[in-house]
Design a protein around this ligand. Structure first.
Ligand SMILES: *Cc1c(COP(=O)(O)O)cnc(C)c1O
Length: 392
């Protein structure tokens, strides 16, 4: 029999919390449950309670929890090779690169391990290829927590304790192309934008915004970076959100759902925008196991038509949410299964009520309920969630 290394499955919730408090840095404000297993859009806690998961690991589990294709891909790969250096070729990595290039309609891939690393790569690439230094980013943006990505992230609370950051960043209001035109100087290497702002409160730009920004960037020889870390892989009802706006960036970042739950990041770029030899590298980027997981996730999205499903279920979900009769709902917005419900109060109470009634929700920007379930969520599960929100 195989020895059970990861868990004796005897430890209760209280002991988990106690160990966490003693041994883990208390960085996170955790919800008071401990999750043990999951399948599709559902997760179970260590007490066996079931939840419909509208957080999905923050827009990570697009294909659902433990999708068989992801599980099988990881199982098959894990017994052949877990890791080798990028000093060598692997077949899984080139196969995934081919798929990502085709899906994103770009030319080249660089692999890394997270969203913030993808942003770092994009920023370094912008500097090294343009020989310019500065960036223009949007107010309410979120691009990650490492020093470079943090420099283009707007939120004061995240930035201030770590200053000085990269100083050559100008923030402009989101959805205002003129502001971008005015902010670009001869030193601007790139404009960096989320095609829909995620952490900033699910902010959808007007139809012509990204097109106008594209033109401004072309006119001024400035690169346009789209951060699709949260919006990618069917989340918004297209493979990538940029397709809604028919705009092609010069560099695109992806992560979150890229590995079907396995940690992974990547950028895709235009052919003429590339790192030279040794200009950037990653020990783990594009590891066999991560690439296998990602191939499994992409296969699942294709076979189950999850992009189309996201669009259809998203429309249904939004319609149901709009019909909720609550005085404190200001607006329901979003695309596909990336939905924000803005309240005129703090949403903590609703998140707590929902959890106690079997639904996991997440709050962003204090007053926006973020709904980003696995794309495999069913109509019945959506009805459950809407009922719970209505009662909350
Ligand atoms: C989550 C997120 C990031 C950071 O990704 P990590 O994997 O947490 O580093 C960057 N950009 C956007 C738009 C995100 O939503």
């Amino acid at each position: 029999m195989t020895e059970n290394i990861i868990s004796k499955l005897t430890i209760d919730y209280g002991s988990i919390v106690k160990k966490d408090a003693q041994y883990v840095m208390q960085t996170y404000t955790r919800q008071p449950i401990s999750l043990d297993n999951g399948s599709g859009s559902v997760v179970f806690d260590t007490n066996g309670r079931e939840y419909v998961d509208c957080v999905a690991g923050v827009a990570v589990n697009n294909v659902g929890h433990c999708h068989p294709h992801v599980v099988n891909a990881i199982k098959q790969q894990v017994e052949r090779l877990i890791h080798v250096s990028n000093l060598y070729y692997t077949e899984v990595q080139v196969n995934l690169a081919e798929q990502l290039v085709s899906l994103s309609n770009m030319d080249n891939v660089f692999f890394c391990n997270s969203g913030t690393e993808a942003i770092e790569a994009a920023m370094k690439l912008a500097r090294v290829t343009t020989k310019k230094t500065d960036f223009v980013a949007a107010e309410n943006s979120f691009h990650g927590r490492t020093m470079g990505a943090l420099s283009v992230t707007h939120k004061e609370m995240y930035r201030t304790p770590f200053e000085p950051l990269i100083r050559d960043v100008t923030f402009v209001p989101y959805n205002d192309a003129d502001a971008i035109a005015n902010a670009i100087t001869e030193s601007t290497a790139a404009v960096i934008l989320e095609p829909i702002q995620g952490e900033g409160g699910i902010n959808v730009p007007s139809d012509n915004y990204l097109k106008a920004v594209r033109e401004i960037c072309d006119d001024t020889d400035t690169l346009l970076i789209f951060d699709e870390v949260q919006t990618g892989f069917g989340r918004t009802g297209k493979w990538f959100c940029k397709e809604h706006f028919d705009v092609k960036p010069d560099v695109m970042t992806m992560a979150k759902s890229l590995g079907g739950g396995f940690p992974m990041g990547a950028i895709t770029t235009r052919d003429d925008i590339s790192f030279g030899k040794s200009e950037h590298a990653s020990t783990f980027g594009g590891s066999p196991l991560a690439c296998a997981a990602s191939l499994g996730a992409i296969k699942a999205i294709r076979e189950e038509k999850l992009v189309e499903r996201s669009k259809k279920m998203g429309e249904y979900f939004k319609k149901c949410l709009e019909n909720i009769k609550r005085g404190d709902v200001v607006e329901v917005r979003g695309m596909g299964l990336m939905i924000g419900v803005e309240l005129n109060t703090n949403c903590t109470d609703i998140v707590n009520y929902a959890r106690e009634h079997g639904v996991l929700l997440n709050c962003t920007s204090d007053s926006v309920i973020r709904i980003a379930p696995p794309l495999v969520i069913t109509k019945e599960q959506i009805d459950t969630v809407v009922n719970v929100i209505e009662q909350a």
